[in-house]
Design a protein around this ligand. Structure first.
Ligand SMILES: Nc1ncnc2c1ncn2[C@@H]1O[C@H](COP(=O)(O)OP(=O)(O)OP(=O)(O)O)[C@@H](O)[C@H]1O
Ligand SMILES: [Mg+2]
Length: 469
């Protein structure tokens, strides 16, 4: 019986091996004649599993909206998992944290962690799928697609969908904001020759030290600006109530060296916002401008410096042979002038004034909210009134020559002289109103020139001498 049993077992094993070998042999043939079979097999297997499995899967892809924009939900989940679940993860990735001295850990790809919420156990997996590689292609391969997968038991469905996901998104957003290092973005030049571009913005960490305390300007004006920023920051409900998108436009105008760029840095530091420094002359057309806008995040400042140099507002439009064909639909009909980058006609940007107006307060400008848009110019009178009317540029701030109050701030910053207690201050007070000197010029005179050679008095004297000239 034993012998016959062994014999049957051997026969069974042999039969199994022969079926497996036949399957292995036949599979390429089946695959060849029914190329879509893999898809159907996977589909029906999945259906079968979901019929018997009590678990529900939800995926959160990194890019949504036809890959136009990185998903906020994905970013929030990434931060949430980094903050609350990395203890149990064994594969982690590290990045520099907010102050650049400590490292922030987050979940690496293909890692799984668990989370517990009001008695329910939840599994999170980070997945990355590479697209099929085409070794013969001249074009760069697209990036891999990443997503988070959430798995939980059916009986927790209401809890997870109703409360847990809200909790994850809220905690994740908070963690993102607390951990982030502020960024200074600039727009990448238009598509390269094969039309492929990874991201419309590139960034560096924003570390400008300017603050309102170091800004040299009339103190009343300073207070007014700070109050305006405060009202904006806390005005979410108010903007919703009056039916306006949560954004505000600032126009900073004045001669060179009066602190317009310094003011932008001070505003960003005060509000703790990112800066998007938009180089308009390298934007190809209105469509690209809109794309750039969509890719900006909330709590940010969009800056266009020297707007008078970016847009030709004299109305003279260079006629090119192929102008008609090339004109952007939105821009060509209104006869508004295009942006003229200096020099190179071939690469001429086709952003129009109407495109820019749309960018500031068209329908798209409402995406996201909590954004300041700041224009700077040396020649406010050159700008089209439509561009700077209230509603687009809500607050006009004149940055002017150095007044005595501003000088006192610079003296305190550069020389450590507080409350105007210096014998030369009376002379400066009289002279500074007579001579137009920019804060940049005053600051340069107050800079120590060679180590400790020059003391505070000498530097104050240098300012006075310059005022006499
Ligand atoms: N109001 C100010 N308060 C403090 N520092 C100032 C001020 N204005 C100018 N400065 C100093 O002068 C330098 C140049 O100023 P800034 O670049 O802000 O001028 P700007 O108005 O942007 O000039 P431009 O029109 O040429 O761009 C700054 O680095 C800063 O040190
Ligand atoms: Mg500037």
């Amino acid at each position: 019986m034993t012998a016959s049993g062994i014999g049957d077992g051997e026969k069974g094993a042999a039969a199994l091996w022969s079926i497996a070998a036949s399957a292995m042999f036949l599979w390429p043939l089946v695959y060849r004649y029914f190329p879509g079979i893999q898809y159907y097999l996977a589909k029906y297997c999945h259906r079968l599993v979901s019929l018997v499995s009590p678990y529900i899967h939800i995926t959160f892809p990194e890019f949504s909206g036809e890959r136009m924009k990185r998903s906020d939900a994905y970013a929030a989940i990434e931060s949430y998992l980094a903050a609350s679940c990395t203890q149990s993860a064994t594969k982690l990735k590290a990045e520099l944290g907010k102050d650049s001295s400590s490292l922030t850990l987050s979940m690496d790809e293909h890692e799984e962690v668990t989370d517990d919420f009001r008695g329910a156990r939840i599994w999170w997996t980070s997945v990355s799928r590479s697209p099929p590689q085409n070794s013969m292609s001249f074009y760069p391969q697209p990036d891999s697609r990443r997503y988070f997968r959430l798995i939980f038991h059916r009986r927790h469905r209401d809890l997870v969908v109703g409360s847990y996901l809200d909790h994850v998104l809220a905690a994740g957003r908070e963690a993102t904001f607390a951990n982030r290092r502020r960024k200074l973005y600039t727009n990448n030049p238009s598509n390269n020759w094969y039309g492929y571009k990874k991201s419309v913005w590139s960034h560096v960490t924003f570390t400008h030290p300017s603050t309102f305390a170091t800004m040299a300007m009339d103190p009343d004006k300073k207070k007014e600006i700070v109050a305006d920023l405060e009202a904006f920051r806390s005005g979410k409900d108010f903007y919703a109530k009056i039916g306006k998108p949560w954004k505000r436009g600032y126009l900073l105008y004045g001669p060179p060296g009066t602190g317009k760029s310094t003011m932008i840095a001070a505003i960003a530091n005060y509000l703790d916002y990112d800066i998007y420094d938009l180089e308009l002359t390298s934007v190809k057309d209105n469509t690209e401008l809109r794309k750039l806008f969509i890719e900006t995040t909330g709590k940010s400042i969009i800056v266009i410096e020297d707007i008078d140099c970016s847009l030709d507002l004299t109305g003279e439009r260079k006629k090119k042979k192929d102008d008609k064909e090339d004109d952007d639909k939105e821009g060509s009909s209104d006869g508004k002038p295009p942006v003229k980058p200096p020099g190179d006609n071939e690469k001429q940007s086709k952003v129009t004034l109407s495109g820019l107006l749309n960018f500031i307060d068209g329908l798209w400008s409402a995406c996201g909210g909590e954004r300041l848009i700041i224009f700077t110019t040396n020649y406010v009178e050159k700008l089209d009134p439509a561009l700077i009317r209230r509603g687009r540029m809500d607050k006009h701030i004149e940055m002017s020559y150095c007044c005595f109050e501003a000088f006192k701030v610079l003296a305190a910053n550069y020389l450590g002289i507080v409350d105007g207690e210096h014998r030369l201050f009376e002379n400066v007070r009289v002279l500074i109103d007579e001579v137009k000197m920019t804060p940049a010029d005053v600051a340069e005179n107050l800079m120590p020139k060679s180590g400790d050679e020059m003391n505070a008095s000498d530097r104050a004297m240098a300012v006075q001498t310059n005022l006499h000239l």
